[in-house]
Design a protein around this ligand. Structure first.
Ligand code: PMP
Length: 321
């Protein structure tokens, strides 16, 4: 029986769904949504705050500031609250209102920046806003999840060894790429431990991380409009780009079997299923994909008929009747 005194102490790290029995794909899905932050970002948030405290950058008078589309913001809100620190989350109009409400409920301040950058995304504007706050001299400390090595180290030390323990004969690992913290941490772990695991990055069509052209993206979490500093493609064996309509179709297929996951899980599962069909047709390799969060935060977007109609056209055309 886990008994805890701070919210980051509890994190389910050993729960997998066998998708053979759900969508007939030879894939184990690691569920990262079962902690008080509801996502994979709890580990990165805890590691970045603890490191900043250790090296003296963060003091009890500091104000943590971070650019986040939702899950890191929620995780930092929770950690800041548990340590009595202030936190300002800089986000954009694509961040879902439910996530902003969670952050505010945890005592964070949320600022929405709506300037688009040269690639049509919001990331550039968010980062400029954060830089200006830090330049104000008011004690803001930017953790910078896109470049902070503690982001990927959290997964190098936590997520990857947890998978390694459960699947000592792992052959393929699929990881979605946002900041690429989860991806780089896992990829470095398996490479540096000389484990013959094929690590496949899964990204959204329209993301520039692996050299694609920028395009409009509506599903939050994965993909970026400027390449994260920590990406090192030499650790990654392959990349799959998934169109958002496939993401939507896949999360709805999972929900129709009782598994309500977030949008990026649809992207990762869709990309993984397609990659496995192409590379291991009719075979059954030991393959794991990481599901970053659960679906309740997205009831007003990917699970909402009018939202689907507005952004993707007739839902029946995507999802079938
Ligand atoms: N999926 C969701 C829902 C997320 O919030 C994130 C984090 N932005 C990711 C995937 C990607 O994780 P990472 O930042 O470690 O690449």
């Amino acid at each position: 029986m886990p008994i805890i005194t701070s919210p980051q102490e509890f994190n389910v790290d050993d729960l997998y769904v066998d998708l053979r029995h759900v969508i007939e794909s030879p894939l184990y899905l690691k569920c990262e949504g079962f902690n008080f932050a509801g996502s994979v970002k709890l580990k990165a948030a805890a590691a970045m705050v603890e490191a900043a405290e250790r090296d003296g950058a963060l003091t009890p008078d500091s104000i943590i500031v971070e650019s986040s589309s939702g899950n890191l913001g929620i995780a930092l809100s929770l950690i800041a609250a548990s340590r009595g620190l202030r936190f300002v989350c800089v986000t954009d109009p694509r961040c879902n209102p439910a996530s902003m409400r969670v952050m505010r409920a945890l005592g964070a301040e949320v600022r929405v920046v709506s300037d688009r950058d040269a690639n049509g995304g919001y990331l550039g504007g968010r980062i400029d806003y954060v830089r200006n706050l830090c330049a104000s001299g008011d004690g803001y400390v930017w953790l910078n999840q896109y470049a902070n090595r503690n982001n990927w180290l959290a997964h190098y030390r936590g997520t990857a060894p947890a998978i390694d323990r459960e699947f000592p004969d792992l052959e393929v690992l699929f990881v979605g790429a946002g900041t690429t913290g989860t991806l780089m941490g896992c990829a470095r772990y398996f490479r540096e431990h000389r484990r013959p695991v094929t690590v496949v990055a899964v990204d959204a069509v329209g993301s520039v991380t692996f050299g694609g052209l920028p395009e409009r993206r509506m599903v939050p979490g994965l993909g970026t409009s400027s390449k994260p500093d920590m990406v090192d493609e030499s650790f990654i064996d392959d990349v799959v780009h998934v169109p958002e309509t496939d993401t939507i179709r896949t999360v709805h297929a999972l929900a129709s079997r009782g598994f309500l996951f977030g949008g990026s899980t649809g992207t990762v599962v869709s990309g993984a299923a397609r990659w496995l069909e192409a590379k291991y047709p009719g075979e059954d390799p030991v393959a794991v994909a990481i599901a970053p969060d659960l679906g309740e935060r997205y009831l007003d977007s990917i699970y909402e008929e009018n939202w689907l109609r507005e952004h993707f056209g007739d839902p029946a055309a995507i999802l079938g009747d």
